[in-house]
Design a protein around this ligand. Structure first.
Ligand SMILES: [Cu+2]
Length: 455
């Protein structure tokens, strides 16, 4: 076939010269077109394959709990229905095109029979999609009710031989850029609390039995109710393997829930853009079996597990004495009191400073993670840095880098109270502080440390 010259498109480099000769870009058009198709195909395929990972942290296709499974089932059905609709439409369109195509040589006036209006067809293509839409809407609403319906279920936790009846419930607070988890074993009455009428409820949450950050520890096989809120801007809490997203809105407390079938380590990510370090606002949910969960609760409900000597050292500091010959970690404890008390509560180390009457110290209190059990977490600073190396030793490098200049390893806006400021610590002070931080909490089990490394 010869190409008609009037099909040249804008941009083809064609110039007509005097002698009726065409000077065209020397590459033949079909070669250029093939090249373009090849490049587009390659880029497209690369992008598509980039979405496939064997063991992706935030995989939504492998639910590990009933709520995520509810969502997964629903989206599977929706996908199948869309596929069927897609193939019916494409099939019909292709069928019509094939049936009516011009066969053989085209001659002037060679039209197929022209029709106008077809009641049956019109009713069918209005009614069928409407029925389908209604069915999808009905299943959507059923799914939403399912997800928003929480059972009331008591869970018994035995701590030191004493049994607590806990209706598993965790208050989740979003901060720029980390998550806080608060446990109230005597229950937390959301409505009564909201009735107190605080402009920013997240700043007035009652004292909790356990406060942790970055990692929410739950018993496996148990539905956990969540109350999700934020202290600053809108965030969104999302543990894909366990449930969908729930926005954390300042001024509101939104109910949510999740449950893990089995003990395990489940990754999450803040999923509402919340500023500079939004991408580095991660979290993990760690489900433990009943015995491990009870042990965790027992650890978390006691003060920082200092050795007798270190505790005596702190007691001396609290009494205003200046003990002689401190160890490295003891110098660190001293620094924790003097440098970090403005923002971090460390029970058993600086709670006396926090509760002092007449100090302004509580102004920023609650806006920074509670460090009492820091070393019991396997990640820190918004779930992004491993607290331990793969071999189980303390990740001193990461902790040192954090103390040396937090913004250098996780972008922040500390002047505006978003993130931890650079405190201008000396290398010696940093060493002392890391030695002290290592004392704060029981090291998690090795499987938890191992799971903290995504690959
Ligand atoms: Cu966020």
């Amino acid at each position: 076939m010869t190409e008609p010259t009037n099909h040249r498109s804008f941009g083809d480099s064609v110039t007509r010269e005097g002698s009726n000769k065409l000077a065209v870009d020397s590459t033949p058009r079909h070669t250029r077109r093939m090249r373009r198709t090849a490049v587009t195909g390659f880029v497209g395929l690369t992008l598509l394959l980039a979405g496939c990972a064997g063991d992706a942290e935030l995989d939504t296709l492998e639910p590990q709990g009933p709520d995520a499974r509810t969502i997964d089932n629903f989206s599977n059905w929706l996908f199948i229905a869309s596929f069927v609709v897609f193939f019916i439409i494409i099939g019909l369109s292709a069928g019509v095109a094939m049936k009516n195509r011009v066969k053989g040589d085209y001659e002037e006036g060679d039209w197929p029979e022209q029709v106008h209006g077809n009641n049956k067809a019109e009713i069918a293509w209005t009614a069928l999609p409407a029925i389908l839409m209604i069915a999808i809407a009905a299943f959507t609403v059923i799914t939403l009710f399912d997800l928003n319906n929480d059972e009331s279920n008591a869970y018994a936790v035995s701590v030191d031989g004493e049994t607590m009846q806990w209706e598993p419930h965790v208050v989740v607070v979003g901060h720029q850029w980390w998550w806080e988890y608060r446990y109230y074993f005597d229950g937390f009455d959301v409505d009564a609390f909201l009735d107190e009428g605080h402009a920013n409820p997240a700043k007035h949450l009652p004292e909790a039995d356990i406060v942790t950050s970055g990692q929410m520890i739950i018993p496996a096989g148990q539905e956990i109710e969540l109350s999700v809120t934020s202290r600053d801007v809108i965030h969104s809490h999302w543990i894909p393997a366990l449930n969908g997203k729930r926005d954390a809105v300042p001024g509101r407390i939104s109910p949510w829930k999740l449950e893990a079938d089995e003990p395990g380590y489940y990754f999450g990510q803040c999923t509402e853009f919340c500023g500079l370090s939004h991408a580095r606002m991660r979290m993990q949910t760690i489900a433990l079996d009943d015995a491990d969960f009870a042990a965790w609760v027992a650890n978390q409900t006691s003060a920082a597990p200092l050795s007798g000597e270190d505790a005596a050292y702190v007691a001396a500091l609290q009494a205003g004495e200046i003990p002689e010959n401190p160890t490295e970690a003891q110098r660190g404890l001293d620094l924790l009191r003097s440098q970090c008390s403005g923002c971090h509560l460390i029970e058993g180390v600086n709670d006396d400073i926090w509760t002092q009457e007449g100090t302004e110290i509580n102004l920023s209190a609650g806006a920074a993670p509670n460090l009492t059990h820091l070393a019991s977490r396997s990640t820190f600073a918004g779930g992004i840095f491993p607290m331990y190396n793969k071999d189980g030793s303390l990740n001193q490098n990461a902790l040192e880098a954090w103390l040396r200049d937090p913004a250098a390893v996780k972008a922040n806006n500390a002047d505006n109270r978003q993130g931890m400021p650079n405190l201008g610590l000396s290398e010696a002070q940093i060493d002392d502080l890391v030695a002290a931080l290592a004392l704060l909490g029981e090291k998690p089990e090795q499987w938890i440390i191992t799971e903290s490394f995504s690959e």
